[in-house]
Write a protein that binds this ligand. Structure first.
Ligand SMILES: C[S@@+](CC[C@H](N)C(=O)[O-])C[C@H]1O[C@@H](n2cnc3c(N)ncnc32)[C@H](O)[C@@H]1O
Length: 308
C-alpha cells in the first residue's frame, strides 16, 4: 500500500520543486529517517551521483520494511547508492554526529507525540553537519479538500471527517495530524536557522488528460485502480454487527474525534457506491468534476555553523 501511494506522489514536476526546497546536490550524503520501504530515498537518490560521493542512508525501526526497501533499491539499480540501517530515531539514529549534508524525512514525524517528535528532530540535528539542512515533508489533514460536485450534504460530512481525524488522533494516540504546518515552530525552538515552509499541492481532478501521465497521480487517473482501492477498504461492510466491529477497527480515530457511527457508515456507503458506479462505467469517472486536494508541507532549516 505504501509503495502504491508513493509511486505516484512524486511526479517529475513535484520532484523539481522537492530538490529545490531540500537543495540536494549530487555529492551529498543524505539520511532519510523513518524511510519505510525507501520510496522517498529512491526519489532523492535520483539527484545523487555516487561518483561524486553522493549516497543515501535510510533508517527505520521496522526490519520488514527495510528488507523490502533493499529489494526495491536493487530493482531500481540504486543498490550502491542507497543503504539501510535499523534504528529508532526517537532514541538514537545509528550514525555519528555531524555526518550528513541533508537529514530528511517524509510522513514520519506525524507518528509521534510532541515529546518524541522533539527527541527525533534533535537526533536529526545531531547527525547533520553544521551548515547542513534538516527537512521534513508532512501533510496536514485539515488542509485537505474533498468536493463532490453538487452534493453539499456529503461535502459537509467530508469536512467533518477531516476535523474528526485531527481531534481523534490527538485523543487516541497523542498525534497531531496538523503536523505539516506545526514544524516551523519546532525547528525554531530547537535552534535551526533560516527556516522555510514550502508546500506542494496535490490536486486530483480526474477528467484532465492534457497533462502527460507521469505528471499526474496515476492511481487517481486510472479509472479502475482508484475505485478498486476504495472497494478493497470498504468492501467488508456487511451486516450491522460486522460494521461496528469493522469501524472500531478501521476508523477508531473518527469515532474518538466526534463523528457518529451513523455518519461514518453513511460516508463509507457513499464512497463505496461511488466507487462501484465508476467501476461499472469508467467514462463517468473521466467526466466527474469532483476534486480531491491536499498540501504536502516541506519544512526546512539549517543547522548553525559551529562557533556561531
Ligand atoms: C507512513 S510511513 C512513511 C515511510 C516513508 N518515509 C515513505 O514516505 O514512504 C512511516 C514510517 O516511519 C517509521 N517510524 C515511525 N516511528 C519511527 C521511529 N521512532 N524510528 C524509526 N522509524 C520510525 C515507520 O516504521 C514507517 O516506516
Amino acid at each position: 500500500m505504501l509503495e502504491l501511494i508513493r509511486k505516484s506522489a512524486w511526479t517529475k514536476e513535484r520532484r523539481f520543486l522537492l530538490y529545490k526546497y531540500l537543495d540536494v546536490k549530487p555529492n551529498h550524503i543524505v539520511v532519510d529517517v523513518g524511510c519505510g520501504t525507501g520510496a522517498f530515498s529512491r526519489v532523492i537518490a535520483e539527484k545523487l551521483d555516487p561518483k561524486k560521493g553522493g549516497r543515501i542512508i535510510g533508517i527505520d525501526r521496522n526490519p520488514e520494511l527495510l528488507r523490502e526497501g533493499r529489494k526495491f533499491a536493487e530493482i531500481a539499480s540504486f543498490g550502491k547508492l542507497i543503504s539501510f540501517k535499523k534504528g529508532d530515531i526517537i532514541k538514537s539514529i545509528p550514525l555519528p554526529d555531524n555526518y550528513a549534508d541533508r537529514v530528511i524525512c517524509q510522513a514520519c514525524l506525524w507518528l509521534m507525540t510532541e515529546q518524541d517528535r522533539q527527541r527525533a528532530v534533535n537526533e536529526m540535528i545531531r547527525v547533520c553537519k553544521p551548515g547542513g539542512l534538516i527537512g521534513a515533508c508532512e501533510s496536514a489533514i485539515d488542509s485537505s479538500v474533498s468536493y463532490i460536485e453538487g452534493d453539499e450534504h456529503h461535502n459537509r460530512l467530508l469536512r467533518k471527517r477531516n476535523i474528526a481525524m485531527v481531534e481523534g488522533y490527538k485523543k487516541r494516540y497523542g498525534y497531531d495530524r496538523r503536523i505539516g504546518y506545526l514544524l516551523p515552530k519546532l525547528f525554531k525552538d530547537l535552534g535551526l536557522e533560516r527556516i522555510r515552509l514550502d508546500g506542494i499541492a496535490h490536486i486530483h481532478f480526474q477528467s484532465d488528460d492534457r497533462v502527460p501521465m507521469d505528471f499526474k497521480m496515476e492511481e487517481k487517473r486510472d479509472s479502475k485502480l482508484y475505485p478498486s482501492r476504495v472497494l478493497a477498504k470498504y468492501g467488508k461492510l456487511r451486516d450491522n454487527r460486522n460494521r461496528r466491529a469493522f469501524i472500531e477497527k478501521m476508523e477508531p480515530s473518527l469515532l474518538a474525534g466526534g463523528m457518529s457511527f451513523k455518519e461514518i457508515i453513511e460516508l463509507m456507503h457513499f464512497q463505496k457506491s461511488r466507487a462501484e458506479r465508476f467501476l461499472k462505467n469508467p467514462d463517468l469517472f473521466k467526466e466527474d468534476t469532483s476534486v480531491d486536494a491536499g498540501i504536502t508541507f516541506i519544512t526546512t532549516g539549517l543547522k548553525p555553523k559551529q562557533g556561531k
